[in-house]
Structure formats: C-alpha cells, structure tokens
Design a protein around this ligand. Structure first.
Ligand code: PLP
Length: 383
C-alpha cells in the first residue's frame, strides 16, 4: 500500500491518457440525463451518475475519495463544515429516546449540539470524563459513543482501540472526532473505530481559508448518513472541495513541520518559570506520553499551557505580536486562543472543571513559521 505522503498527493486526482493533472472544478448545480431510464438507474444508486450538486458533485466526490484513502476507509462524505458532519452523523444514527455516551472533553460545538439541541429531540447524552469512557462504554445500553483524541484543549489521549473494542462488544457505534490527530498521527479505523469525523477546516485543508467537514467509515454506515446529509443540506461547495484537494497535496509535509515546531515550543515553554504547566503528548511530563508513543505516529501541532490566572493569561495574550489571537487551528499561521473565551465560553464552573479547563489556559496551534521566531514572540509576551 502507498504511504501517506503519496496518497495525499495523488488520491482523488484524475487518471488516464491526457487527463488534467489536477481535479477540474465542476461548478454546475445540476446535471443532464439522456433518458428516463438513466434517471431510474440513478435512483437505484451506485450508478456513478450525478443529479444535483447538493447530493453529489464530481469535484466533491474526488475530494471524498482522497480523504477516504488517507484514513484507509471505504468511503467518505464531505460537508460544508465539521459541525455539519457531526450533526449529520448524530441525526442519522440516533433517534428520540437513544442515549449517547459523550466525552466531557469534546469540542464546545459538539458538546453544545448534544446538550442544547439534540436533547430537545429526546437524545440523552451521558457525559463522562475521558478516563471513564472505557468503563462507561463497557456498560453498554447506549447507542453510540462520541469522543476525541487528543482532546481539546488539554490534549489528553483516549485509548482508541480499547474504547472501540468496548463499543463493539456493547453493540454501540464508536465515533471519533480526529481533527487534532489527523491521519498523519492516528488511523482510528485500523483500531476498530466505526466512524471518523474531521473538521477538515483545520489541518486537512490547512490554509485557514475554508470551512469543511468529513466523515469516513464503512459504506453501509455512511449510506444513511449520506441520505440525511442530502436532507440537511450542509453540502460542500465544489470550489472548496478543489481547495481541499490542493491543500491535501502538502498535508504530509505540513504535518511533519507542525509537529516538529510544536515539540520545540512545548519543550521551551516547559522551562519557563511563568508557565505553570504544559500539555503536549510528546513531553514525558504528559500523563498520556506512553500511550502517545504507542498510538500516534507524531505528537501533533497543538500545545496547551497555563500561566495560572485569568489576569496573567489576558496580559500574556494581549502582548503577542507575531502569533495571532484567533480561534481555529491547523493553518500555516500560529494561532492562540483562550479556551474560556473561545471553545469553552458559556460553560459553567463545574463544566469547565469537568472539561479540565482552567482560567489561565492558552491553547496554541503551532503554524509553519520558523520555531525560533515563535519562541521569541512567546518570550517577549511572557516577560
Ligand atoms: N471538532 C474540533 C476538534 C474542532 O476544533 C472544531 C472547530 O474548531 C470542530 C470540530 C468544528 O468544525 P467546523 O468549525 O469546521 O465546523
């Protein structure tokens, strides 16, 4: 089988004599049919024909093939955002009265989708800390389990194979949000997970310029999700699919650089007296360092640290010059966010405690700049 960097460059590209090297953008909303019989053939499914771009589009389909190949999955469905992907997955797989085991350390949008929206339709979320996921899944009784690894923002790891195994034994669908990990670090399907979700807005597209979401898994599981996605209409635009394909060509090299720079930044931060704690799975001080070595190929492009108090975090953050103060992650530009103002705004004190978020916490997405320049900026802001 080809290696990740090769798949990233070639998957989803046109093939054949005199084919264009890059995937054309098909921007038509609709497609002609030669006859009524052709429409009937389309209706039977798997015809390879197209009807309407909210449902399928050739450029989007090429990008879906690329993301599926990177994850080693049978199929992929792309969406207009990561939240579109997560919403479609949960709406397709759950019904009123179902229970879902969900990690307390989920992206805030997913947490609030479960807490505030799906709860109104009778879906009950049983929130448990990442440490308790395994035992809760082993209890069974729920329909699905939703978790992240590494978690946001404390970058704790879940033993993905163990949780997927417990879900399988209990007849539950395991869903991982692998946005922070990406297929460069972790291949959840090979560890038994049923469904991999990505905010492809982040490292996969990698250029801070598009929203995009992905679900990867077996065709049989994705089929009902695809149907729901056609109803919800959170479809991906063909231009964005093209940009995702272009971004993926450099995915493997970008990830190597993100991870190497993040390691340098984390090591430096750990030596600073004004930094009380650093969370980075590549550091021996990280509680899941040993699992990181076993489960992930590299340690990731995200680093989280705390300067102790809200006041110190605000002062440090306001002084940054090169590193941007902004939400999101996974682009070429290094970004920092304060979880209490961004992903975890609106959480109660108890919810923050359960998510492991403190008021002095800073989350950094380490970009593609020279790490010496990043460290120089952190240094002047910490002084
Ligand atoms: N999952 C994680 C871990 C995220 O960080 C985000 C966005 O920040 C999302 C999901 C949602 O993705 P999107 O912003 O593409 O809807």
């Amino acid at each position: 089988m080809e290696k990740l960097a090769t798949i990233a460059v070639h998957a989803g590209s046109p093939e054949g004599d005199n084919a264009p090297l890059t995937t054309p953008v098909v921007q038509s909303t609709t497609f002609r049919f030669s006859s009524a019989a052709a429409v009937e053939e389309y209706g039977r499914g798997k015809s390879g024909l197209y009807m309407y771009s909210r449902d399928e589009n050739p450029t989007v389909r090429a990008a879906e093939q690329a993301v599926a190949a990177l994850e080693g999955g049978e199929a992929c469905v792309l969406f207009g955002s990561g939240m579109g992907a997560m919403t479609a997955a949960l709406v397709a797989l759950l019904s009123g009265g179902d229970e879902v085991v969900a990690s307390t350390a989920l992206y805030g949008g997913t947490y609030k989708l479960l807490r505030d929206v799906l709860s109104r339709f009778g879906v009950r979320a049983r929130f448990v800390t990442p440490e308790n996921l395994l035992s809760e899944c082993s209890r069974g009784s729920a329909r699905a389990c939703v978790f992240e690894s590494p978690t946001n923002p404390t970058l704790r790891l879940v033993d993905v194979e163990a949780v997927a195994g417990a879900c399988k034994a209990a007849g539950m669908v395991s869903i991982i949000d692998a946005t922070f990990a990406t297929p460069a670090l972790l291949r959840p399907l090979s560890l038994g997970v049923n469904l991999v979700m990505h905010s492809a807005t982040k490292f996969l597209n990698g250029h801070s310029d598009h929203l995009c979401g992905a679900l990867v898994g077996k065709e049989a599981l994705l089929d009902p999700i695809r149907t729901v996605s056609h109803r919800l209409g959170a479809s991906l635009d063909a231009h964005v699919a093209y940009d995702l394909l272009r971004g993926l060509k450099t995915f493997a090299v970008r990830m190597e650089r993100h991870c190497a720079s993040a390691m340098a930044v984390a090591r430096w931060l750990e030596k600073q007296p004004s930094v009380q704690r650093v969370w980075y799975p590549g550091l021996p001080s990280h509680p899941d360092h040993e699992l990181a070595g076993r489960q992930m190929k590299m340690s990731g492009g995200m680093v989280t640290f705390t300067v102790g108090t809200r006041e110190r975090a605000f002062r440090f953050w306001d002084r940054l010059r090169l590193i941007a103060r902004a939400a999101s992650l996974g682009g070429p530009e290094s970004l920092t966010s304060l979880p209490i103002l961004f992903s975890h705004t609106g959480y109660s004190a108890e919810e923050l405690r359960r998510a492991g978020v403190d008021e002095g916490m800073v989350r950094m997405s380490v970009g593609l700049e020279d790490p010496d320049d990043l460290i120089a900026d952190l240094k002047q802001a910490l002084q």
